[in-house]
Design a protein around this ligand. Sequence first.
Ligand code: 3HC
Length: 690
Amino acid sequence: MTVTTKRVGTALIVTLDNAPVNAIGQAMRQGLIDVLTGIGSETGLTRVILTGAGRAFAAGADAREFDADPIEPHLPDVVAQIEACEVPWVAAINGVALGGGCELALACRYRIAAPGVSIGLPEVTLGVVPGAGGTQRLPRLIGLRRALEMIATGKPVTAQQAEAIGLIDGIADDPVAMAQYLDIGTLELAERICDLPAPAPNEQAIADARALAAKKSAGQIAPLRAIDLVELTSAASMTDGLSRERETFLDLRTGDQARALRHIFFAERAAKPPNWLQAQAPALDQVAVVGGGTMGAGIAYALLNAGLRVVLLEVDQEAVDRARINVNKIVDASLKRGLIDQAGAEDRQSRLTLSDDFQAASGAGLAIEAAFESMEVKRSVFTALEQALPRDAILATNTSYLDINEIASGVSDPSRVLGLHFFAPAHIMKLLEIVRAQATSETALAVGYALAKTLRKVPVLAGVCDGFIGNRILQRYREAADTVFMDGSTPWEVDEAMVAFGYAMGPYEAQDLSGLDIAHANRRRQDATRDPNRRYIPIADRMVELGKLGRKTGAGWYRYPGGNGKVDDPIVADLAVEEAHFAGISRVDYSEPEIEERLVLAMINEAADILHEGIAQNARDIDLVTVFGYGFPRWRGGLMHYADQLGVPQIVQRLEVFAQEDPLVWRVSQTLLDCVEQGISLAQYRGSDR
Ligand code: 3HC
């Protein structure tokens, strides 16, 4: 039973009960219709109290139903019947009331929420608009501007905020009890939202919302359609507004963006230890972090945030002092942004020890090394960790590229070693690549997954190769960008194309932020193993020779006069012209779609190889890596989901054209050819070696 009822005095308590978060599926909608039908036979009823079992009121419509045709009864009809019911309904909002959950509450005459619950209409984050009256009822209740803030961004409000803006009528520790004792006069006076006057038109609020959507949700359809619907509330009747809303909801629901956003929503939740991983992780209390640079300090802060004790190790006192400054910077920034209060800051500092003596971490169950990217440095850190930490402590490296098998081979028990690859800033970015080396034990992997859960990160299992999943794809992306640059474009044209595709910034601006020297050092490391038959683009090396290392030197692919905004640099553009001339290349003028196509297909091709080699377990994991670690537009569903939307046969066709044009750069991945031969998508592909 997904809806249960209990008669208590003159109240009928209706409980939504579909664990874990009371998603509203067909059975629940039917259950509510049955309750509504049964109300006629109840005598002496003064109110119906709607609440939820467990931790939620209702998390919204069951998004797992969105791929199929809608089945009756539809939520808007349920909502309309609740609103029209002779007996007033009271929403006793015990936990989150999101999407359809919020819309059920808006159908009620009165709303009481428990403190701390969140209430909102996050539909746009799933690529749809509210589909059960939210866009028409909320503006009538709280005004156009506030409704826009909630509906077009999808951001929920807390119970306290909801009360302040008039979205709810009261807050109570036990909302059901308060609903029971609510004065009957108050209830009779409470109006149905559909009877409230339409909000006054507010052109400025609409224009502001559109501008914000263009900036924060560029490329996404749903926020703009939601704004149109809210605007309609002051112009159209409730009936017309509701039917336009329903039409829009059904139209978006099966569109590419909604499918992509649903895919990522469920993929994120499915990121859990694989079934074969049976080992239990021992409880963690203290973690050692080696290296207090930007990355190490970020990791240390992430651990402190999650309530762990941290020993941050450095090589000498001077480095310890620098590490302290780096952590303090993050604490101060978090204080300033209101993410923590003074007591929270002190609590975090009290759990942090900094030392240049590895013995200080003798009680740590896990160490995460984030020292300089050099095999020699890493090997000596691991030897020191092995000596200082308990015998069964798990030893992780945060290396981005180095061979973890080689790092592990210096430890007497290599089964304790794995990769835990964080992304900068480590206390913010949600991705955690858990890298499994040849000897890594299941316990070590279980510790990695348990840590991801503690830190609320998205874990993705990766195998050992140069760059694992994410950086290996990134390297191909940059290589494709440099090739396009050398053969005809400018860095700013490349960046513009990728921003138009949906990235927050293009590959060149991003490199200027992180520094060109990192990738340069990496290329030098790869010199000995690089495929001599592959075209090498020398422009980035020239940049480093010229001292153009990015923002930190005031110039990289762009110039940053006065440390401020970026400016195109004709000297950089000329570099490509020169290099192309030396190489005897006639440059071509790529259009924006051509640039985008080359960069995206280069990534897809590499990712397909990664799948084939078993470096990633499945396409979904690559989607998670690209979205949560590398800024791939979430509304495109991740790299492989996007590839499947393009169609693998179409991708192969284009890659074959490129390969004919320049076989030193392009080669079609066997995985893609296999998919075409078997008539399957990348999502369906299972590597042959697993
Ligand atoms: N539909 C289907 N399943 C849902 C769901 C939904 N709307 N919301 C959550 N779930 C599932 C999750 O997939 C997960 O399943 P699993 O246990 O099998 O992995 C389970 O419920 C628990 O979810 P979380 O792990 O996310 O639990 P949290 O406690 O961390 O978060 C939450 C709870 C804040 C409710 C979060 O799940 C959430 O944000 N859900 C989506 C809310 C939303 O977008 N609602 C709008 C839906 S569209 C709609 O309502 C249309 C309407 O206007 C007609």
